[in-house]
Design a protein around this ligand. Structure first.
Ligand SMILES: Cc1cc2nc3c(=O)[nH]c(=O)nc-3n(C[C@H](O)[C@H](O)[C@H](O)COP(=O)(O)O)c2cc1C
Length: 354
């Protein structure tokens, strides 16, 4: 396997595509409907232009960041993605180990195919968060919350942009083989679905939430709550009124609703609306260090990567995940130096022209 591919994400993606089973590749790569948002998420960051500062004589760059009170060496997180046993025999444990080796925060998915306790064991002292799909049965959710707190997860990320699955013709044509290995082991009574979109999941894996549910969760969680999937400033403010401590600007990597606003377009509005009332993070199409610099300049405190760590995972397990994160971190540091920014605080909106 070609670990050196991890310094070139395009090459890594192609290698990952070769090593994955076709149905795993489709599960990872696919988006909703015509996949317009999947593609535009990437191009939207690339369209933004940098306005670098010169003659700043920068040698050392400080990339440390505090995320809900926890200190991390990098503002790059691993986004929650489901079913890592499709990509590696050790599943999420491998991802967690790779993220920890890079000093990066791993957000574990409810759709993970490994227990929360087993993932927590791989954290090596690096902060981990848990992403929740809130089931209609609050008692089942409460049991899971308590397990997460006990295992040591430090925040809960409630995904709000998937009240029901979207639709993907590609995933429909190439479903994954149903097996015990890819079951959402942390969710009680959840059948294994053949795609992330399966019609058979309707009524089972639907998560119809409202702001009262969010208030309940904030009270019950036992840890700070972040909402994931917000694309409007007014929604962000209503979530903050319910008590959330962080807002993730995300369109779920274009997987459920196609033709949404891209996250590169949404971040500035939301960061302005939120101000210092909560922390703001962003994901979707981030593939370059310059993308990260733009995201942070436009108001994100940290960014998340969804598909790239899965490419690394499938190609080289924990080492691949670590290599992807190191590579993106190095690119970010280089871009900061070329932009004349010595710290994350120096990444301000004037560095970007829309
Ligand atoms: C294979 C896959 C599975 C995903 N599963 C989840 C999930 O279980 N929960 C969730 O909140 N988001 C999920 N997402 C969305 C990611 O958390 C993230 O928002 C998105 O992938 C970011 O875009 P990017 O892949 O372009 O970096 C998934 C994304 C992918 C690619």
């Amino acid at each position: 396997m070609l670990l050196q591919d991890c310094v070139d994400l395009d090459a890594l993606e192609q290698t990952a595509r070769r090593v994955m089973r076709p149905e795993s590749w489709v599960f990872c790569d696919t988006g909703a409907d015509d996949e317009i948002t999947v593609k535009e998420n990437v191009t939207a960051w690339r369209r933004l232009r940098l306005r670098p500062r010169m003659l700043r004589d920068i040698v050392e760059v400080d990339t440390s960041v505090s995320l809900l009170g926890a200190r991390l060496d990098t503002p790059i997180m691993v986004a929650p993605t489901g079913r890592h046993h499709l990509f590696h025999a050790n599943g999420e444990r491998e991802t967690a180990r790779g993220a920890a080796a890079a000093g990066a925060l791993f957000v574990m998915s409810t759709s993970g195919s490994t227990t929360v306790e087993d993932v927590a064991k791989e954290s090596a002292g690096v902060t981990q968060w848990f992403q929740l799909y809130m089931q209609p049965d609050r008692d089942a959710t409460a049991v899971l919350l308590d397990r997460c707190v006990k295992a040591g997860f430090r925040a809960l990320v409630l995904t709000v942009d998937q009240p029901l699955p979207g639709w993907s013709p590609r995933a429909y044509r190439t479903p994954v083989a149903v097996s015990e290995k890819i079951r959402s082991v942390n969710m009680v009574g959840q059948p294994v679905a053949r795609t992330a979109y399966d019609a058979e999941r309707k009524g089972v894996a639907m998560f119809p939430l409202n702001f009262r549910d969010l208030e309940w969760l904030v009270q019950r969680a036992g840890m700070p709550v972040v909402v994931k999937g917000v694309l409007r400033g007014d929604d962000a403010l209503r979530c903050i009124e319910c008590g959330v401590r962080g807002v993730m600007v995300s369109n779920h990597g274009g997987r459920h609703l196609d033709t949404t606003v891209t996250t590169a377009e949404a971040i500035a509005e939301i960061a302005a609306a939120v101000g210092d009332k909560a922390e703001v993070y962003v994901d979707g199409g981030i593939r370059r260090g310059t993308d990260i610099v733009k995201a942070l300049a436009l108001g994100a405190r940290a960014v998340l990567l969804g598909r790239p760590p899965l490419w690394g995972l499938s190609v080289a397990g924990a080492d691949g995940v670590r290599a992807v994160l190191h590579h993106m971190h190095d690119e970010m540091v280089r871009a900061m130096r070329l932009c004349g920014a010595a710290s994350l605080a120096a990444l301000t909106p004037d560095l970007v022209r829309a």
